[in-house]
Write a protein that binds this ligand. Structure first.
Ligand SMILES: *Cc1c(COP(=O)(O)O)cnc(C)c1O
Length: 374
């Protein structure tokens, strides 16, 4: 049996009849950058995320970058974030010239450990970027309280894996000053290329985001700021508007699949060996962009190979925490600085959870893992 990690062709087959005519219409218009299709998507995403505004941008990475640029964060500033995430967060902080300060994660949720944030705050700290990893919100109440207590630090949510995720009933993207989302094809809401969006409840920030995504020009050819080309393509917006209507049903299917995995592992011979991802109490809607489990120490690479050989698509998000990446060596971090992130990075593995996957496929994954571990 084959079990791919993700099967976008299955999703496309369901939507092809809707998407192709919409693309043709856009091609007929020859209007490709920003415009009414992007504006419509921005309204739809703002509504979906329960925010007042959304500004379409070129990628999730650029969503993070532009948020930092709008805040004027740069050289001499520090930004606190999680080391256990995709590189883009650390990269955006470094690209504006600021210093990333890494705070270790919670061992259950793999999100930034809010209890450890305060001790890393200095006079230079300007912002906190929690990442809603794998589709589950970070502890936003605790983080917002810390940000408020320390003179209103900027809070930028990295929701690249978490569009539609909920925390105590509120939605990802609406807790901080900015919510950054990615439409990379493998995300829960994926474009046919790169794309992203920034949500905010501040009209002032929204207006600045629109200026910064267009080289800081307002009006055209008059540059008060140095921004960049962070614009979203109309073609992506057209496709995303169609897909957004299906997002809730896909998220529900992912939740069902996660529940099936939990039940299958609980009944398996390896129930004591494989640790399921913790669904935190505050996390009222986990959208499972990934379903990542922890393997016993020292077994990950072997198990991964057995699964791959059996035709099961698995991957490791992420094998090297950011504080140990070569490009951040100058920050002087060393192994042991974020022990939970380092241990999780050695033991984590992502299993197929995409909406169209079947129970038989999950049974095969679990039984193959039994064989690998016993
Ligand atoms: C995907 C992702 C990004 C980057 O998004 P792009 O659209 O690929 O630039 C950033 N952070 C996290 C956690 C992600 O999963």
């Amino acid at each position: 049996m084959k079990v791919p990690l993700l099967d976008l062709k299955a999703q496309y087959a369901d939507l092809k009849a809707e998407i192709l005519p919409a693309i043709e219409k856009l091609c007929d218009s020859q209007y490709f950058i920003l415009g009414e299709n992007v504006e419509r998507l921005e309204c739809e995403v703002a509504e979906y995320c329960c925010t007042t505004f959304a500004c379409g941008v070129s990628s999730g990475s650029d969503a993070l970058l532009i948020s930092l640029m709008v805040e004027g964060i740069g050289a001499g500033d520090e930004v606190i974030t999680s080391p256990f995430t995709f590189f883009a967060t650390g990269g955006a902080i470094a690209r504006v010239g600021a210093t990333p300060v890494f705070v270790d994660i919670d061992p259950g949720t793999f999100n930034i450990n809010a209890d450890l944030v305060e001790e890393k705050i200095t006079a230079k700290t300007k912002a906190i970027i929690p990442v809603h990893l794998y589709g589950q919100c970070a502890d936003m109440d605790a983080i917002n309280k810390i940000a408020a207590k320390h003179g209103g630090l900027v809070v930028i949510e990295n929701g690249a894996q978490a569009i539609g995720a909920e925390y105590e009933g509120g939605r990802a993207g609406g807790f901080g000053d900015y919510g950054c989302f990615s439409f990379f094809p493998s995300k829960n809401l994926g474009a046919f290329g790169d794309g992203g969006i920034v949500t905010t409840n501040s009209e002032k920030k929204y207006e600045l985001l629109k200026v910064f995504r267009n080289h800081g020009a307002k009006p055209k050819y008059y540059h008060k700021y140095i921004g960049g080309n962070f614009r979203l393509d109309a073609l992506q917006a057209v496709i995303l508007s169609i897909k957004l209507k299906h997002l809730d049903s896909w998220s529900a299917a992912r939740q069902r699949n996660a529940a099936e995995y939990r039940a299958l592992f609980a009944d398996s011979k390896i129930s004591g060996e494989v640790t399921m991802p913790l669904k935190a109490e505050h996390s009222t809607r986990h959208i499972y962009n990934q379903f990542c489990v922890l393997l016993p120490k020292g077994t990950r690479n072997g198990v991964k190979q057995v699964l791959l050989d059996a035709g099961i698509g698995v991957d490791v998000y992420y094998p090297v925490p950011l504080h140990l990446q070569e490009c951040f060596a100058h920050l002087g971090c060393k192994p042991g600085d974020c022990p939970v992130s380092e241990s999780v990075a050695d033991r984590i593995i992502a299993l197929p959870i995409y909406p169209e996957s079947t129970k038989e496929q999950r049974q095969y994954v679990v039984s193959t893992m039994e064989n690998a571990l016993l």
